[in-house]
Design a protein around this ligand. Structure first.
Ligand SMILES: C[S@@+](CC[C@H](N)C(=O)[O-])C[C@H]1O[C@@H](n2cnc3c(N)ncnc32)[C@H](O)[C@@H]1O
Length: 202
């Protein structure tokens, strides 16, 4: 079966370039068949990025460590590294095509200082981070996304932050409940267009 979260998507490659604008900055991403949201940057991802940028105006000069888990074609990392050049960024995904596209997109923007790891959830991730962002792979099932939430907690430094986006109709309530259980806090940063952005702090 060919899902966007296959390790090696079988569907024929057909790369294309999509345009994306955030906070008046224009970007282009190379995408392909077999990766998530190949035709346009996902509404939820865009919402999460906008909220993150609004809440983190002073981050430009800070050398914090960020993990982009389930990176897809790398939109979160390219945007964050473009707005905050000092951050250290790690990307991971199970989908090899997504990882290759992420590297292409990072290089397209002259970003060479990143770590990229093929990993099923946190299996191959040993470091800890200050911020972890996730647009979780809902279609992979609740077991996987709940595993990502609880392992995110383990991979955060003290006071670290976990951001995630989820469609209200795709189980926002159960995500909120799970995050409350794990982190003992879960702030609803915003609700827009049927999506919710949650922020939990360690
Ligand atoms: C909803 S997409 C988000 C992609 C990208 N962050 C974005 O916002 O466009 C979820 C991503 O998680 C990846 N994924 C699925 N199962 C995974 C797993 N077990 N471990 C890590 N990543 C996984 C998928 O391949 C996909 O790229």
């Amino acid at each position: 079966m060919n899902h966007y979260f296959s390790e090696k998507p079988e569907i024929k490659s057909e790369k294309k370039t999509i345009k994306y604008t955030i906070q008046n900055k224009k970007f282009e991403f190379i995408t392909d068949n077999g990766v998530f949201s190949k035709s346009k940057v996902d509404f939820g991802t865009d919402l999460m990025l906008n909220e993150f940028l609004k809440k983190n105006k002073g981050l430009e000069a800070k050398k914090i460590k960020i993990l982009d888990i389930g990176c897809g074609y790398g939109v979160v990392s390219v945007i964050l590294k473009s707005f905050y050049p000092e951050i250290s960024i790690t990307l991971s995904d199970v989908n090899e095509r997504a990882l290759e596209l992420s590297e292409e997109n990072l290089k397209k923007y002259g970003i060479n200082d990143y770590h990229i790891i093929k990993s099923d959830a946190f299996e191959k991730i040993t470091e800890k981070f200050d911020v972890i962002l996730s647009n979780p792979p809902i279609r992979a099932g609740k077991d996987i996304i709940f595993k990502i939430y609880s392992e995110a907690y383990e991979h955060l430094n003290e006071n670290g932050e976990f951001y995630c986006v989820i469609q209200t109709k795709h189980g926002a309530k159960s995500t909120q409940k799970k995050l409350m259980e794990i982190f003992k806090n879960c702030d609803t940063v915003t609700i827009d267009g049927g999506y919710r952005i949650f922020l939990s702090k360690k």
